[in-house]
Write a protein that binds this ligand. Structure first.
Ligand SMILES: [Zn+2]
Length: 136
């Protein structure tokens, strides 16, 4: 594995298909075959109807900034070189809300409800992170 100075996600059996999708630049989520709810984080049952019949779908990668914060202090040494940076919750068109970073613009340009699209950060040979940039 390539050296990477920041914390990395803990991948488990539930989330492995999501991270495997990221590796091939696909944003994958579980969709309930009983009620149609698209969920995040992955789980063995649907939080809406408790159904267990699930399929993995690939999201288009478009959404809006639901909320965000600008970090001016590095709480982990790996982030010192990136200050200031944006941590956001992006609501995808398919429904799930995921934590991510907004990149490709200044921190002052980010606002709630801003249209964004996924971009892929291949941080190691093993791990790719989904990040988002403004839709121009
Ligand atoms: Zn359901």
């Amino acid at each position: 594995m390539t050296m990477y100075a920041k914390p990395i996600p803990k991948i488990n059996e539930d989330s492995r298909p999501f991270w495997g999708g990221c590796k091939v630049h696909e944003l994958r989520f579980q969709k309930c075959n009983q009620c149609g709810h698209v969920r995040w984080p992955p789980a063995i049952i649907c939080p809406e109807c408790h159904g267990k019949d699930t399929v993995w779908i690939t999201a288009a990668g478009h959404g809006r900034v639901y909320t965000y914060v600008v970090y001016h202090i590095a709480y982990h040494p790996g982030f010192k070189g990136e200050l200031p940076y944006v941590v956001a919750v992006v609501e995808l068109h398919e429904g799930p809300r995921i934590f991510t970073n907004i990149i490709g613009c200044s921190t002052e340009e980010v606002y709630c409800d801003m249209a964004v699209e996924v971009v892929w950060d291949d941080v190691t040979t093993e791990l790719t992170l989904p990040k988002f940039r403004p839709v121009k």
